[in-house]
Design a protein around this ligand. Structure first.
Ligand code: TNX
Length: 500
């Protein structure tokens, strides 16, 4: 297997300094196949050129990776680092082949994503903190286990600026995530401007947990995030959480409430489940159409998330009827609809499983497996493994613990295909880590919770189950700190990892 090949590679470089041995095993997520070559090694210096062959997608991957590696780009052929797009390359979707020999490094793929991921692997092979570094002679053949590898960020409980979201995208990109799920609306704030409903941001964005100023994205801000993500092969999945988690929307437009509901007031606490729009008013569905239209239009990706979680004050039949209409609205605006697992009976295109198995009612389990049998794909985010906001252990000061502690091994050691008993084969589309922000208000706090668990979830989503082992991963994970330090990223030295 790949792990054994990596170990052979490490054993093989007996003449190198200790540090290059460590570097040989730093690849996270673990690639499918790593083969030690017999040729010479290649030394990258500050003037090593990065070249592109095969058109615009190759150029794009080469230029982003060149910036990440602080290397110049160059035209033409020759030695150096070459990104070659080749529709006939035998690689799989998003996969790549990286070959390193004495004349340079060649990354080939049939799509731009594959080239970009080859570049992220190269970042991990290189010394990033020195003026030159040496790549051993080797070949890597790699491709992802799941097509959807997501990370979610809650910008509603606390607002995060475009630059702060871009930093999260940088962390995702290094680990080959390809979907950013932005939780744009919740009780504590509405974060995306909708021109037909201006009070959502002029009123509904001015609050956040703890009483801070909140904030929101203009259409231009949101487009900037989409563009930054796209350059790193990350698709943005916007979430408008409905029909619950809507206090900020109701404060902005009180007519969204039912007659007789208490008057909504701005909310800066961390409770859940108390709010709902009025599902029996036609005007509510005009609101849903307006906000979905606006966000769908801003979003080039194929998915929109319409929430559906924790609507504890609605009768199940009313909830289900609302979600059925909301899903139809999303589809009418050209999107496939994602929803949280409570909406299983309404069979969204992608159903996001978030309840830990031991906190799921048997109805939800039955509905989820039935939806999967009827063609809904499953996105696995069980909180007891995938929630980055849960405390690592009793010593963690940030975070919540309603799903139990989620140590690094716990975040790593599970199988998305078998987590839920009765999941039909092939129905899991992917995995999504999620960072909720009730207790997190700064980018440093985001990083303390995301690192090191985000890379653990990356390997869950990318690497075949049979190649994964915690003891092997924990060593490669510990070696990531060199990269994080070079980026200026902070992290938690969580228990169980052999940190250096
Ligand atoms: C549950 S996950 C929620 C969120 C909270 C999160 C905190 C989900 C669909 N709903 O509203 O932020 O727990 O861990």
């Amino acid at each position: 297997g790949a792990a054994a090949a990596l170990m052979a590679l490490v054993a093989g470089c007996s003449d190198g300094p200790a540090v290059s041995k460590a570097r040989a095993i730093t690849i996270v997520p673990l690639p499918d196949v790593v083969t030690a070559g017999s040729g010479g090694s290649f030394t990258v210096t500050a003037s090593t050129p990065v070249r592109a062959k095969g058109g615009a997608d190759a150029q794009a991957a080469a230029s982003v990776v060149a910036v990440q590696l602080h290397l110049p780009t160059a035209g033409g052929s020759g030695s150096g680092i070459t990104f070659r797009l080749d529709p006939a390359a035998g690689t799989r979707p998003e996969g790549y082949r990286l070959t390193s020999g004495s004349s340079g490094v060649l990354i080939t793929a049939r799509d731009g994503a594959g080239l970009f991921y080859g570049g992220q692997t190269l970042r991990q092979l290189l010394v990033v903190d020195g003026r030159s570094s040496t790549v051993q002679s080797l070949q890597i053949d790699d491709s992802p286990r799941y097509a959807y590898r997501g990370a979610g960020l809650d910008v509603a409980r606390h607002f995060f600026t475009v630059a702060q979201v871009e930093q999260y995208i940088d962390e995702m990109a290094l680990y080959k995530f390809n979907h950013l799920h932005l939780h744009l609306t919740d009780d504590q704030g509405w974060r995306i401007a909708v021109s037909s409903r201006p009070r959502l941001t002029s009123v509904g964005a001015g609050t956040e947990v703890g009483g801070g100023p909140g904030g929101s994205y203009t259409a231009a801000d949101y487009r900037a995030i989409v563009r930054y993500a796209a350059a790193r092969h990350v698709t943005v999945v916007p979430e408008l959480d409905l029909p619950g988690h809507t206090n900020a929307a109701i404060v902005s437009y009180p007519e969204l409430a039912c007659p007789g509901d208490p008057t909504a007031v701005p909310y800066t606490g961390i409770g859940v489940g108390f709010s709902r729009v009025c599902t029996s008013k036609e005007s509510t569905y005009r609101f849903v159409d307006d906000v979905v239209a606006a966000v769908a239009e801003l979003t080039p990706g194929p998915l929109i998330h319409l929430g559906g979680d924790e609507t504890k004050t609605l009768a199940p039949a009313d909830y289900q009827a609302f979600m059925r209409r909301a899903i139809a609205v999303g589809r009418a605006h050209g999107k496939q609809v994602v929803a949280w697992d409570e909406a299983a009976a309404d069979r969204p295109d992608l159903l996001q499983v978030w309840h830990p198995q031991n906190q799921m009612t048997s109805e939800v389990v039955t509905d989820v497996t039935a939806a999967a049998r009827h063609g809904s794909k499953l996105l696995m985010s069980p909180a007891d493994h995938a929630y980055l906001d849960q405390k690592y252990d009793a010593s963690t000061s940030l975070g919540l613990d309603w799903a139990g502690f989620v140590g690094v091994e716990q975040s790593y050691d599970w199988n998305p295909d078998t987590y839920l008993p009765g999941t039909p084969a092939g129905s899991v589309a992917g995995v999504e880590a999620f960072l909720w922000t009730e207790t997190l208000g700064t980018p440093q706090q985001l990083q303390l919770m995301a690192l090191p668990r985000l890379p653990a979830l990356a390997e869950v989503a990318w690497t075949p189950q049979r190649l994964r082992s915690w003891s092997d991963f924990s060593i490669r994970l510990a070696a990531q700190t060199r990269l994080w330090q070079a980026q200026g990223w902070t992290y938690t030295r969580a228990a169980g990892v052999p940190w250096q």
